[in-house]
Design a protein around this ligand. Structure first.
Ligand code: NAD
Length: 491
């Protein structure tokens, strides 16, 4: 792998980062003696901003304003909701360069990836703008001629959402657009480590004319904020994207208060490359996809099962292409992989590598921190790793690709399905029987065959097993934000 030129990086600087704030009842709020948290650029460790934490009074105000706003927002015309979402889509495109740059500064991903994330989110706004006009009920044929039976779909109420740092814009806008499009109001706590995107989203909804209280943004200690909001009787729905252990905690708390949940949790996505695949093409595509966002992606390919005859060719090509992945500051034009988003992810990566080598695994490339300032970890390929090693059983959430051989279809499906995760999965084959067998046999919310085609606005995104509950995107997107009401009337 290559490392981008340091002087080129530092010349770019951290100037003009987002003005961080809370957004409550239509007001942008900072200062006022609130506790503040440093926001750090992971490429160089420099403090780039101060994030105000919400006080208990701020949280109460957010709850009250969301509750009050719900009384009118639930009656708003879908045309009006659609207009606001379309306006935000337009503003998203206009502001994408600045927003993307701030994401690179606080989260680390390469600038092109960050801008790409923002621009693609304008499509999420447009999709929700279109679909919210089609939230239909239905009429059920009655048993008596003087009865009319109807199913109505009504917004649930005030939602509390908690979103992570790896796609700070995407993860937040999906929840916000779904809640607002459905006629709900929402309080969101974004990622404190990478907060600029959520503040930028609030500014766009504000500028698009969203009424005060429909969207509120708060920050703080994640466990304290989620505990306070989920317990509040005002909150009717909880949506979280993050790790499985935290998702289980929040779902348990929501369950104790019988609140609806959407959970988008971690995965450990198997990749199956069959002997009959276009092996070099698969390796090239997988290197680009694996090291995107430094592997900090819930649907990242993380367990590479290669059929025996294709194994050597695949691994050789995968290593060759991995060597060419240029690591550096995300603002440098030629960077293909940025730093890990936090210092805490560095020892986490080393633990995976150490455990693998202790069990006989071989480091083909990488396996170490790159040294110097910033959280740079080398793109890593491991081979000869046993199935019970940490990297094959726990989500690595980083730039590590373990490659292992397999013999036949039944064996590989068994190994792929052996974990409690069920988010995404990938297969490469030119044989339609194999393609059909993986479609039917893989226990996953998403199956990608010969390409990566998930996470589009018009397609449902979500996991099964411990990877989550519910879907975001597709026409399923509003299901988690609506109640079903049955009405029957006799004249
Ligand atoms: P973490 O589990 O501490 O935090 C993950 C995310 O959840 C963060 O955004 C954090 O702010 C939030 N969070 C943590 N505790 C919370 C709570 N009690 N209430 C509300 N929000 C809470 O881990 P981390 O070191 O930040 O990230 C690494 C792990 O997180 C990875 O191993 C990965 O599994 C998971 N993760 C998953 C996704 C995803 O898209 N599914 C995104 C980011 C992180």
């Amino acid at each position: 792998m290559n490392t981008a030129n340091k002087s080129e990086q530092s010349a770019l600087g951290d100037a003009a980062y987002e003005q961080l704030c809370l957004y409550i009842d239509g007001e942008f709020i900072a200062g006022g003696g609130r506790k503040e948290q440093d926001v750090v650029n992971p490429a160089n460790g420099r403090v780039i901003g101060k994030l105000p934490h919400a006080s208990k009074e701020d949280l109460d105000r957010a709850l009250q304003s969301a509750q009050k706003a719900f009384e009118s927002w639930k009656k708003s015309s879908p045309l009006e909701r659609s207009r606001i979402l379309r306006k935000v889509a337009e503003l998203t495109r206009e502001r994408s360069k600045d927003i993307g740059r701030n994401i690179t500064l606080d989260m680390g991903k390469p600038l092109a990836e960050a801008i790409g994330e923002v621009v693609s989110c304008s499509e999420h706004c447009e999709w929700h703008a279109e679909e919210c006009r089609r939230i239909y009920g239905r009429v059920i044929p009655p048993r008596l001629p003087n009865v009319r039976q109807m199913v109505l779909r009504e917004p649930i109420g005030v939602c509390a959402a908690f979103t992570p740092w790896n796609f700070p814009y995407n993860q937040a806008i999906r929840k916000i657009a779904a809640a607002i499009g459905a006629g709900c109001t929402i309080i969101i706590k974004g990622p404190e480590d990478a907060p600029s995107a959520v503040v930028a989203i609030a500014r766009m909804f504000h500028d698009a004319g969203l009424p005060p209280g429909v969207l509120n943004v708060v920050w703080g200690v994640p466990a304290e904020i989620s505990d306070y909001l989920i317990r509040s009787p005002i909150v009717q729905k909880v949506s979280f994207t993050g790790s499985v252990p935290v998702g289980k905690q929040l779902a348990a708390l929501a369950g104790a208060h019988m609140k609806r949940v959407t959970m988008e949790l971690g995965g450990h996505s198997p990749v199956i490359v069959f002997d009959d695949a276009e092996v070099e093409r698969a390796a090239d595509m997988l290197v680009a996809f694996k090291f995107r966002n430094a592997g900090q992606v819930c649907v990242s390919p993380t367990r590479f099962y290669i059929q025996q005859q294709a194994y050597d060719r695949f691994v050789a090509r995968f290593i060759e292409k991995t060597k060419a992945v240029k690591v550096g500051d995300g603002l440098a034009a030629d960077t293909k992989m940025g730093p890990l988003a936090h210092l805490r992810r560095m020892p986490a990566m080393l633990k995976f590598v150490e455990d693998a080598t202790a069990r006989g695994g071989r480091i083909e490339i990488g396996g170490e921190a790159l040294g110097g300032e910033g959280n740079f970890f080398a793109p890593t390929v491991l081979t000869n790793v046993p199935d019970d090693s940490m990297v094959m059983t726990s989500e690595p959430f980083g730039p590590i690709a373990p490659c292992v051989p397999f013999k036949d279809l039944d064996e590989v499906l068994g190994r792929a399905n052996a974990l409690p995760y069920g988010l995404s999965s990938y297969a490469f084959t030119t044989n339609t029987k194999n393609a059909l067998a993986v479609q039917n046999g893989l226990q996953a919310g998403m199956v990608n065959i010969n390409h990566f085609g998930q996470a589009l606005a018009e397609t449902p995104f979500g996991g099964i097993k411990e990877s989550g509950i519910g879907s975001e995107g597709g026409f399923e997107t509003f299901d988690g934000y609506l109640n079903t009401k049955f009405v029957t009337q006799m004249d």
